[in-house]
Ligand binder design. Structure first.
Ligand code: RAM
Length: 346
């Protein structure tokens, strides 16, 4: 059974829809075109998912949603990716997808520009390119599937940390890689929101754990050591927040230094239970993978062009509309705490 976060939040189960009944949504149409080559028919649809890195439970969850959507669409599906979250690591996979003539590439970008040439070459070879989670510059992809809007992500993290530190004190950001489009956008918005909304909170530093567990753990230790008055840490990455929580849970700073940000319930459950973390936020990464795959199929088959106002079906998730700049929005971030975390398994 599949739930979306907002529906779970409302306490309402979504009825199960047999996957096969969903296949029709990308099964038609030769009209339009992706602007990136010939439309694939749904019979020969092949989709490659390229996350920032492999071995990250967040992207494992998006793969579950993506591969289920591909199956419902009758598409051939594979996930490939580097072990380290770097743009260089992604380029060879993009080139291979182009050489293989894949219908669509669904990618979370480690850099807004560094993978653009490779993506545009792939598009010239007829590959539909859809970014999800972390965008590129808009001229090197067909669509961006955005998990939640930037202002909403800034607000939820800003309000959580403010509440947890009594609206005053020093706060640091433990981010992912220094070039990650998504974290950089969110951090800028977070700093602006906190400066405007909470005058007694000072964001003193941003450090980078590169979405590596050990580096994020070490950066947490260093932050605490060099900032004895630190009141809180915001980590807008599932890798960072889990590593920081593990460090804090075993240190004297547990319960003294607040930690919030964006995490997966499965990784954060023990730290909510042991009191290291009060609350954090995220969306459903499985739904994000599902939506990105349906969107990629809709463009690759020519069902939509990807222009503003185009609509397509994403199976159980419903109908979506392409917004300005080729952005499709999944929904709102959701807050997890001790009262609800056990309802979630991802
Ligand atoms: C990490 C990655 C991903 C981001 C989440 C919140 O898993 O950096 O891009 O969206 O955190």
């Amino acid at each position: 059974m599949k739930f979306t976060l907002s529906r779970v939040a409302a306490g309402a189960a979504v009825s199960v829809i047999a996957a096969l009944t969903l296949a029709g949504c990308a099964d038609t149409s030769t009209s339009g075109g992706s602007g990136s080559g010939d439309a694939a028919s749904s019979d020969d649809l092949s989709i490659t998912l390229l996350p920032k890195n492999l071995g990250n439970p967040y992207f494992d969850a998006s793969e579950v949603g993506a591969s289920a959507a591909a199956e419902a669409l009758g598409a051939e599906f594979e996930q490939v990716g580097p072990t380290e979250a770097t743009p260089d690591g992604q380029v060879s996979y993009i080139n291979t997808a182009a050489q293989q003539g894949r219908s669509a590439l669904v990618v979370s970008a480690n850099d807004p520009n560094a993978i653009c040439d490779a993506l545009n070459e792939a598009r010239d070879n007829g590959v539909t390119v859809v970014t999800f989670d972390s965008d590129t510059s808009a001229d090197c992809r067909d669509l961006f599937i955005n998990q939640a809007d930037t202002a909403g992500i800034a607000k939820v993290q800003g309000d959580l940390i403010a509440e947890q530190i009594g609206e005053e004190g020093e706060v640091a950001i433990l981010s992912a890689s220094a070039n990650a489009t998504n974290q950089n956008t969110w951090n800028e918005a977070l700093i602006e929101y906190v400066n405007e909304t909470y005058p007694d909170i000072e964001i003193i530093d941003t450090v980078y754990g590169d979405d590596e567990d050990q580096k994020s753990f070490d950066q947490t230790a260093a932050l605490l050591q060099s900032n004895p008055d630190l009141a809180g840490i915001v980590s807008p990455t599932t890798v960072g927040i889990a590593a920081a929580a593990r460090y804090l849970s075993d240190s004297d700073a547990k319960g003294e230094v607040a930690l919030t940000g964006l995490g997966t319930p499965n990784q954060m459950r023990e730290f909510i239970e042991d009191g290291t973390v009060e609350a954090f936020a995220l969306w459903n990464p499985e739904d994000l993978g599902t939506l990105a795959t349906y969107a990629a199929a809709a463009v690759a088959t020519g069902e939509i062009e990807g222009a503003e106002g185009d609509t397509f079906s994403a199976g159980d998730l419903g109908e979506f509309t392409v917004g300005a700049d080729g952005v499709v929005l999944l929904g709102d971030p959701f807050v997890f705490d001790a009262d609800n975390i056990d309802e979630f398994q991802f």
